[in-house]
Design a protein around this ligand. Structure first.
Ligand SMILES: *Cc1c(COP(=O)(O)O)cnc(C)c1O
Length: 221
């Protein structure tokens, strides 16, 4: 069940912290998304390419679509014409492919670098060490058709709020470090995408600028 009151509460919490809500609409049908759209929400997140493309085609064109799931390089071409922000860039190969497809479409695509902050090995993302190596070699600076807008991370799936808070705090700290070292003259490097239904409140307290919330708004999947 969709909850408009939850949507309004979460939007308000985000705004109070100058953060943005990405409504995660994966698996949810067009009419449900339309209901949320009609309240004024314009940023939606999806994690599968085919579903994202279908929804893009069927829904109003002023929606800003966010790719938040694992993205295979060979599928970048399908979303390159329209995607607003790719949160889940977790390899150099993927960054290169996004750059290539963005160039073909004569545009610059916004991306976030996904950082592995959780204890679980199952979660993806660059390690902090990998990112530091990549940035000090300027391996991404050459890619003129991507714009690196910040970092994304997912906390450990746990009830232990201290663990979650420490992971978010660590990501924020790492963001500040990278900002000061590699992005000090790039104002577009300003986003920290962290926080989901279970932990967005902690994420906002720890400096998130984009929360990605699905089930708290759309109901269980
Ligand atoms: C599904 C998903 C979300 C939203 O999860 P909820 O717990 O439903 O809020 C956020 N981020 C990513 C990467 C996801 O895959």
């Amino acid at each position: 069940m969709v909850s408009i009151s939850a949507l309004q509460d979460i939007t308000k919490s985000a705004k109070e912290k100058n953060a943005q809500l990405i409504a995660v609409s994966k698996t949810k049908p067009i009419d449900t998304i339309t209901t949320i759209y009609n309240t004024g929400q314009r940023d939606f997140g999806e994690n599968k390419v085919q579903e994202l493309v279908n929804k893009y085609e069927m829904l109003p064109k002023d929606i800003q679509w966010h790719m938040i799931g694992n993205l295979q390089s060979n599928k970048v071409k399908y979303i390159a014409p329209f995607i607003y922000l790719i949160h889940s860039v977790n390899t150099i190969k993927l960054a290169n492919e996004i750059n290539k497809q963005a160039e073909k479409n004569n545009r610059v695509i916004n991306i976030l670098l996904e950082i592995h902050i959780a204890e679980e090995n199952s979660k993806s993302g660059f390690t902090k060490k990998e990112i530091t190596e990549v940035l000090s070699n300027n391996a991404l600076g050459m890619l003129k058709n991507i714009s690196i807008c910040g970092l994304m991370g997912m906390a450990t799936y746990t009830d232990n709020q201290t663990i979650i808070r420490n992971e978010f705090r660590g990501l924020k700290h790492f963001f500040e470090e990278l900002k000061a070292t590699y992005f000090y003259n790039q104002p577009e490097f300003r986003h920290i995408s962290m926080g989901m239904s279970g932990d967005y409140k902690i994420a906002l307290e720890e400096g998130s600028t984009m929360i990605r919330v699905g089930s708290a708004i759309f109901g269980d999947r």
